[in-house]
Design a protein around this ligand. Structure first.
Ligand code: MG
Length: 218
């Protein structure tokens, strides 16, 4: 997936780097037995592993435990480095619903060895990105509900304000590590309720005011 669409004008924007945040909701860190990190926990996914809403996720042959993680995705609109909160806020171009698909069995093995998470997080179809709504149309308050269903059964449900580090503060932090550029995406972490998906499952995910996404696992 090389480009995303930004509503309302359906503008096409080339995707840059994709930075994902781990353990950004306390109840999710808790459900996996993880300690909440002192600073945001970051990892990267290449844009080529993502698919748009409506396409199918293929189950990798080397995993039996692919998990769903619904997340708010933030689109960066301009280059920033060492941003203050005002600059970080100004750099946000839009918001979308995303799925950060994770091979939990692979990740558990990697974690036990102290290895990077790459093989658990990076595989073809390792994520879905919906259409972005421009920041001006969205009016982020934190009160928005974030939800995910498997075959119409509600599995994840929270509110964006439950993030430990807000989108603006994530941008402030990340920009002290690496510059952010137009087209970069930030996956802001998943709330509690993650779990296994099986072949044939239909995943739908929604964040209030964003466009809903849907995918099938095959
Ligand atoms: Mg995640």
């Amino acid at each position: 997936m090389k480009k995303i669409k930004l509503q309302p004008a359906q503008e096409e924007i080339e995707i840059g780097k994709i930075i994902c945040v781990g353990r950004n909701y306390a109840k999710h860190a808790e459900e996996l037995g993880n300690i909440v990190p002192e600073n945001p926990l970051l990892f990267l996914k290449p844009s080529s592993v993502f698919i748009p809403s409506g396409e199918e996720i293929t189950y990798p042959s080397y995993s039996n435990e692919m998990h769903h993680e619904v997340e708010l995705v933030v689109l960066i609109g301009e280059e920033i480095k060492n941003a203050d909160p005002k600059e970080a806020e100004d750099a946000i171009l839009g918001y979308a619903v995303g799925l950060d698909m994770t091979l939990r069995d692979v990740q558990t093995k990697l974690k036990s060895k102290g290895h990077p998470w790459t093989l658990a997080k990076v595989f073809d179809g390792a994520g879905v990105v919906g259409e972005f709504i421009s920041k001006n149309e969205y009016n982020y308050t934190g009160e928005e509900n974030i939800k995910l269903w498997i075959n119409d059964e509600l599995k994840q449900s929270s509110q964006l304000k439950n993030m430990l580090t807000s989108p603006v503060n994530l941008i402030v932090y990340i920009s002290t590590i690496m510059k952010l550029e137009r087209g970069d995406l930030i996956f802001t972490g998943t709330p509690e309720g993650v779990g296994v998906v099986n072949k044939g499952d239909i995943i739908t995910a929604e964040i209030e005011k964003c466009k809903k996404i849907e995918t099938i696992v095959k």
